[in-house]
Ligand binder design. Structure first.
Ligand code: FES
Length: 90
């Protein structure tokens, strides 16, 4: 099975929705089935329990490449269009 590196998921964080890369930057776990959104805008990959900040993509508990993430347009619209989507790596 090939994996398109541009496949994305939309997940709901504490402050809105984020579009993230479908596959974990650590070792490629499919976050559609192996991702768990935690409090505080964090997603945990159940592959090896690395956690990523949904706002920045930063790995919070290990050295790892960041998760590609951005706020969805819906989030910006929810805030009256005052806020631009946060783009990281797209
Ligand atoms: S594959 Fe996601 S933490 Fe290892």
């Amino acid at each position: 099975m090939s994996r398109a590196s541009d496949e994305r998921l939309t997940v709901q964080g504490a402050d809105g929705a984020y579009e993230i890369s479908r596959y974990c930057p650590h070792a490629g776990e499919d976050l559609a089935i192996g991702g768990l959104v935690l409090e505080g805008n964090v997603i945990r990959c159940l592959g090896h329990n690395l956690e990523f900040d949904l706002k920045t993509g930063e790995c919070l508990n290990a050295r790892c490449n960041p998760l590609l993430t951005r706020r969805t347009l819906a989030h910006a619209e929810q805030n009256g269009g005052r806020e631009q989507p946060h783009l990281v790596g797209f």
